[in-house]
Design a protein around this ligand. Structure first.
Ligand code: PGA
Length: 427
């Protein structure tokens, strides 16, 4: 297989110039990976039919679907004709604080939809200067270990891009690149990714491309600035097409992605939660499982925790709160379940685990405090209190009753607690 040239156009070009550049490269029968801005994917795609140029996106949402203004899901990108997506680029790690949790979610999203990740790693100048470059890159690669083997096999390439070389005009020396690529190759080999190509990125130009691409350690290049220029990109590609990728055991030929519906089965649970661990389940190698954190859920996690436990009805009585007004955490039992419902006795405080159940006993009515001074009658405009009144069985109110959507929600959905489209009716 010939060496790879990936063009990251970042936030550049306009619809027409992107389409013209793509059309010109396609006309030359180039074999590139093109990553235009999301808004140009469609116009670029129209130029690429019946060519060997593969289309990719620069980013994707951590979410699957739903109310996430501005996000673009993996399925949408796939639907637009994308085969790949860049994940872990330093401009997103640094500019948008994307850490390993977010990147793992993006990797799983991409693989679940049949999009092949181009995963980027690289150290900063300060990290290199303090002798930590290898350790930083190794730790960035650890995330791949947390993917199911089937997802790992979908990674199109890993790109080593030292942050200090990106867009600076100062590329890493060949010695620095070869040393780091050996580190990456060793790490990838350890997790069965012998066939994953390793690219270099960071101020690649037609001038340095020949030397870089002649190295056995470099399977291809990820080009930013120079890829916006037809002549520069063509010259870089000329250097690449003359070179074969040196096999590290297995061929690095890019296979067509498996259909999304087959891949979805790889993932037993979604990873739409920052606190979960994803690991390969030993008994079933094709599945990865998500573990519920052992710590009690915090305020924000509570509703998801309730959903997970199958508690889908709205609260019928106030939840216990701390003096700061925050929800009291509820410790799960050793099996990860919410504590059993305690009967509500006079004066007892309802626990959060009670919220989904209809209280069979009337709620305790606190004894009115004896006023020491006469209390003025409440002004009619005063906001009504949120106090919950016990409901007499069969009693009618003036308010139209909310339909109990839990009863006619159709056939039971698959257990996917983080599915954005599966939100409880009261949200
Ligand atoms: P650059 O960018 O070639 O402009 O340095 C490379 C990249 O960010 O992928």
């Amino acid at each position: 297989m010939r060496k790879i040239v990936a063009a990251n156009w970042k936030m550049n070009l306009r619809r027409e110039s992107a389409a013209t550049l793509a059309g010109a490269l396609a006309g030359d029968l180039r074999q590139l990976w093109l990553f235009p801005a999301a808004v140009h994917l469609n116009s670029v795609r129209l130029q690429l039919s019946d060519t060997k140029i593969l289309l990719g996106a620069q980013d994707l949402s951590v979410h699957k679907d739903g109310a996430h203004t501005g996000d673009i899901s993996a399925e949408m990108l796939k639907d637009c004709g994308c085969e790949m997506v860049i994940i872990g680029h330093s401009e997103r790690r640094q500019g948008y604080n994307e850490g390993s949790d977010v990147l793992l979610r993006k990797l799983v999203r991409a693989c679940s939809a049949g999009l092949r990740p181009l995963f980027c790693v690289g150290e900063s100048k300060a990290e290199r200067d303090s002798g930590q470059a290898n350790a930083v890159v190794e730790s960035q690669l650890l995330i791949l270990k947390r993917l199911a083997p089937e997802a790992r096999a979908m990674v199109a390439a890993v790109a080593y891009e030292p942050v200090w070389a990106i867009g600076t005009g100062v590329n890493a020396t060949l010695a620095q690149i070869e040393e780091m690529h050996a580190v990456v190759a060793r790490k990838l080999g350890g997790i069965g990714m012998h066939a994953t190509p390793i690219l270099y990125g960071g101020s690649v130009t037609p001038e340095n491309a020949r030397e870089l691409l002649a190295s056995r350690a470099v399977d291809g290049v990820l080009v930013g600035g120079a890829s916006l220029n037809y002549d520069a990109l063509s010259r870089i590609d000329d250097c690449a097409k003359a070179q074969e990728i040196a096999p590290r055991g297995v061929s690095a030929q890019l296979e067509p992605a498996p259909p999304p519906e087959a891949l979805a089965l790889l993932f037993e649970r979604d990873t739409d939660d920052f606190n979960i661990e994803v690991k390969v389940k030993p008994a079933a190698p094709a599945a990865i499982v998500a573990e519920v954190p052992a710590t009690p859920p915090s305020d924000g996690a509570l509703s998801r925790y309730e959903q997970e436990m199958g508690l889908r009805k709205p609260p019928t009585q106030p939840l216990p709160r701390t003096s700061q007004g925050r929800l009291q955490p509820v410790a799960p039992t050793s099996q990860g379940k919410l504590p059993p419902v305690r009967p509500v006795s006079q004066g007892s405080v309802p626990v959060a685990g009670d919220i989904s159940r209809k209280a069979t006993a009337p709620l305790p009515t606190p004894a009115p405090a004896k006023p020491t001074t006469p209390v003025a009658p409440k002004a009619p405009s005063e906001a009504p209190t949120a106090e919950v009144k016990p409901e007499a069985p069969g009693a009618k109110t003036d308010k139209p009753e909310k339909p109990d959507t839990s009863k006619n929600s159709g056939p039971a959905k698959k257990s996917n607690i983080y599915d954005d489209t599966d939100r409880p009716s009261w949200v």
